[in-house]
Design a protein around this ligand. Structure first.
Ligand SMILES: C[S@@+](CC[C@H](N)C(=O)[O-])C[C@H]1O[C@@H](n2cnc3c(N)ncnc32)[C@H](O)[C@@H]1O
Length: 359
């Protein structure tokens, strides 16, 4: 209250979910809406000293001013619960999750460093440790699962499925093109019916097989990868599909192969399609060469152009292992955005793909 008896500020009362305040008992009580950081530290210190495990913390409020990686779920509000889906929670998008209380982030950091299984409940908010799956771009796991199960898996060709299953045993199986992106690329290939194509980054041949299956009988693919062993993994399936004759596999760093192709003037402006899915630091160099190799109207598709969504995150919120390529992809996206030799579209599929049509 000010000296002239007028009110300067109203006290804010934080009424928590459940509306547990009772008239004539604690109706006019006010509570400190923020737990003191020292109190939280004290509990964590005790936990560390005594080797205990924190399974859950109930927190009443969050101030949104700090980046976090954790997944955040909210229960459906009372009165707005979808019938038949009572047990479902709403998942915050990463942008919404980016900003959470400073002391939360601090505490979470301590907890995750100790590699605890953390479930933090803040009345209606649950926070748990981030998983790779949560980085499926801008889609909830449920929506992605729906897409895979509805239009993708039932239409995936048996031999592609076979490669996917073979690849699942590889420790880097995550590198294979996801089937939903594959479905779009196969559709593009059918639209342009390419005779001459390039693939940079073959791995166990998921994208190579889908390309070989989609192009015409006399179509050719220059398939480049530094690793022959992974190429050998999918080769029996390529043979079974009867498309080996379409593939010229070259074991080499891709850049030198593109330069060699360019030395032969016949190759210039002769390719109809290219798929680029290897070393991100060279994307811009590949692009400069592919511009010369592609026909007018030819298409080049770049994979991983959203790099786990990190392109839109601050550097500080990016996991260490994603940082180097994040910078390359950010630069490449900027470069493509102003390259008017191509019509482009960046698609939120898989890890992000950018489709470019040479003008
Ligand atoms: C993401 S994987 C390709 C996935 C593949 N497109 C698929 O659908 O399964 C990347 C591949 O690029 C290869 N690679 C990495 N750097 C390369 C380079 N400089 N030149 C050619 N291949 C390279 C790796 O050996 C790896 O097999």
């Amino acid at each position: 209250m000010k000296s002239d008896c007028t009110l300067d500020k109203y006290k804010a009362l934080l009424a928590t979910k459940g509306f547990t305040l009772l008239k004539d008992i604690d109706y006019f009580d006010t509570f400190a809406p923020i737990a003191r950081r020292t109190s939280i530290r004290l509990f964590i210190d005790l936990e560390i000293i005594h080797g205990l495990v924190i399974h859950q913390m109930d927190v009443k409020t969050a101030f949104l001013n700090r980046d976090i990686d954790e997944e955040v779920y909210i229960k459906q509000p009372e009165g707005f619960v979808i019938p038949g889906q009572e047990c479902k929670v709403y998942e915050f998008g990463w942008k919404e999750r980016m900003r959470v209380a400073t002391n939360y982030a601090l505490v979470l950091k301590i907890l995750t460093m100790k590699k605890l299984d953390l479930i933090w409940s803040c009345d209606d908010i649950l926070i748990d440790e981030i998983s790779n799956e949560s980085l499926i771009l801008l889609l909830s796991k449920d929506v992605l699962q729906y897409i895979l199960e509805t239009p993708v898996y039932p239409r995936e060709q048996e031999l592609l499925k076979e490669i996917r299953i073979i690849t699942a045993n590889h420790p880097l199986s995550i590198m294979a093109s996801p089937p939903d992106s594959g479905q779009l690329i196969a559709l593009l290939l059918k639209l342009i019916n390419p005779k001459k194509t390039i693939e940079i980054g073959v791995f166990t041949e998921y994208s190579l097989l889908l390309t070989a299956l989609a192009i015409p009988q006399d179509g050719k693919i220059t398939a480049i990868d530094m690793d022959r062993d992974t190429y050998e993994m999918g080769l029996p399936v390529i043979k079974k599909a009867g498309v080996e004759h379409k593939i010229n596999f070259i074991q080499s760093p891709a850049l030198s192969v593109l330069d060699e192709l360019l030395e032969d003037h016949e190759n210039r402006r002769s390719f109809d399609f290219a798929f680029v899915d290897a070393d991100k630091d060279n994307y811009q160099k590949y692009h400069e060469r592919l511009w010369q190799l592609l026909k007018v109207g030819g298409i080049v598709v770049y994979d991983n152009t959203l790099w786990n969504g990190t392109v839109a995150m601050p550097e500080g919120s990016t996991k260490e292992e994603l940082k180097p390529n994040r910078l390359h992809i950010v630069e490449f996206n900027k470069f493509l955005a102003v390259d008017y030799h191509f019509q482009i579209s960046q698609v939120r599929l898989g890890d992000g793909i950018t489709i470019c049509r040479r003008l």
